[in-house]
Design a binder for this molecule. Structure first.
Ligand code: ADP
Ligand code: MG
Length: 329
C-alpha cells in the first residue's frame, strides 16, 4: 500500500465536530474557534520502547496511544475535539496491521466524537506514532496542577496498578484470576474526559493524569502548587483480584506502575460532594485518598502514610523505575 492509498483509507468521509472547516486533503487542516480556550498536546510512541507487538495487537497500540493523549486533555479539563497522526512506517508492518492501528485510534476517538484532521506519513526503520490532540475548555477554566491549596481533599479515579499487573501477566504466562480484565486495563485504558467536563462548574480544581505512577504525579502536583500532599496507602483503590499478587508487587505496581491513565485531583472540602455526585452520574469511581497541607516555604512534595501508620516521603521514582522493570523482563 502506498502513502496515498493509506491516507485515502483513513480519511473520514464526514466530520463530527461543528468547528471543522477543512480536514484531511489539503496542505493543512482548519477549524474555527473564538469562544473557548484551545488545549493541545503531543505524545510519541516508538515500537519496542513504548509498546511491543508481543503484548498488544495493532488495534490496541492505536487505541492506547490515542487514549494516553486524550488523558492529557482530560487532565487539563478539556473536551477532546481533534487529533493528527504522524507515522513512521517500517517494512515489517503490513497493510492489515496498519489498518488495525488506525481502527484502534478510530474507536478511541469516536468515543469522544473526535475527528482525525491530518497527519504525515513517512517510511523509516521503526514504527513510530506521534499523535497531536486538540480540545476545548471554557475560557480560563483549564485545570492546572498548580491549583492545589492547603485543606484540599486529594482524590483519584479508578483503581491502581491494573495496567502494570496486566503487562506482567502478558510477560509471565501462568494461572491467574481474571486475566481478561487486567489485559484490557493494560491495552484499552478507560479515560475520564466526560467526568472532568461535568466538573466544569467547580470554581477550583487541580488535576493531573497518572501516566507515570501516582508517586510521580503526586510529587508533580505538590511541587507545582508549592504544598505538601499526603496519601494513605490503605485508601489507594485497587481492583477485586489485585490481591492475587505478592505484597511487593502490589505495592510497586499501585504506587509506581503508572499507565493506568487515571486522574488525580485536589478539591476544596466544600466541593467534594459535587465531585462524588458527578462521578456517580458518569459511572466513574472516585476515592478520597489524602489531603493537602501547607509546606511552609520549602519542602514541597508528596508523603505516604503506610500500613504501619508511619509517614514517609513518597519518592518520585515512578517513570524510570518501571522503565527498568520493563527492560529486564
Ligand atoms: P503535504 O505534502 O502537503 O504535507 P501529505 O501528502 O503529507 O501532504 O498529506 C495529504 C493530506 O493527508 C493532508 O491533509 C495530511 O494532513 C493528511 N495525512 C497525511 N498522512 C496522514 C496520516 N498518517 N494520518 C492522517 N492524515 C494524514
Ligand atoms: Mg505531509
Amino acid at each position: 500500500m502506498d502513502e496515498f492509498a493509506l491516507i485515502d483509507s483513513i480519511k473520514q468521509q464526514t466530520y463530527k465536530q461543528p468547528s471543522i472547516i477543512k480536514g484531511v486533503g489539503d496542505d493543512a487542516a482548519i477549524f474555527r474557534q473564538s469562544a473557548q480556550d484551545i488545549v493541545t498536546a503531543v505524545d510519541t510512541f516508538v515500537e519496542d520502547v513504548h509498546f511491543t507487538r508481543s503484548t498488544m495487537d495493532p488495534f490496541h497500540i492505536g487505541y492506547r496511544s490515542l487514549a494516553a493523549n486524550i488523558s492529557d486533555l482530560a487532565a487539563m479539563g478539556a473536551d477532546p475535539a481533534f487529533y493528527l497522526v504522524s507515522i513512521v512506517i517500517p517494512q515489517s508492518w503490513n497493510e492489515n496491521e496498519l489498518n488495525g492501528l488506525y481502527q484502534g485510534m478510530r474507536d478511541m476517538g469516536n468515543a469522544y466524537n473526535m475527528d482525525l484532521i491530518g497527519g504525515d506519513t513517512v517510511s523509516g526503520k521503526v514504527l513510530t506514532l506521534s499523535i497531536t490532540v486538540i480540545g476545548y475548555v471554557p475560557r480560563d477554566k483549564a485545570r492546572y496542577r498548580s491549583m492545589a491549596k492547603p485543606g484540599d481533599i486529594v482524590f483519584v479515579t479508578g483503581t491502581f496498578g491494573d495496567s502494570a499487573a496486566g503487562l506482567f501477566m502478558l510477560n509471565h504466562p501462568d494461572e491467574y484470576t481474571d486475566e481478561a480484565y487486567f489485559y484490557r486495563k493494560h491495552r484499552m485504558p478507560a479515560i475520564h474526559a466526560d467526568f472532568v467536563s461535568e466538573l466544569e462548574f467547580l470554581p477550583r480544581l487541580a488535576l493531573n493524569d497518572i501516566s507515570d505512577g501516582i508517586a510521580n504525579e503526586a510529587n508533580e502536583l505538590a511541587e507545582a502548587s508549592h504544598v505538601s500532599l499526603t496519601i494513605y496507602e490503605d485508601k489507594l483503590p485497587v481492583s477485586t483480584h489485585f490481591h492475587q499478587f505478592t505484597e511487593d508487587q502490589q505495592f510497586k505496581w499501585k504506587l509506581f506502575g503508572g499507565e493506568d491513565f487515571e486522574l488525580m485531583g485536589t478539591v476544596p472540602a466544600s466541593g467534594w460532594e459535587d465531585v462524588k455526585q458527578m462521578a456517580a452520574s458518569t459511572q466513574t469511581q472516585v476515592t478520597d485518598i489524602g489531603y493537602v497541607e501547607s509546606s511552609g516555604n520549602s519542602d514541597h512534595g508528596a508523603f505516604l502514610i503506610g500500613r504501619n501508620q508511619i509517614k514517609k516521603r513518597l519518592e518520585k521514582k515512578g517513570y524510570t523505575h518501571l522503565k527498568q522493570v520493563k527492560k529486564n523482563e
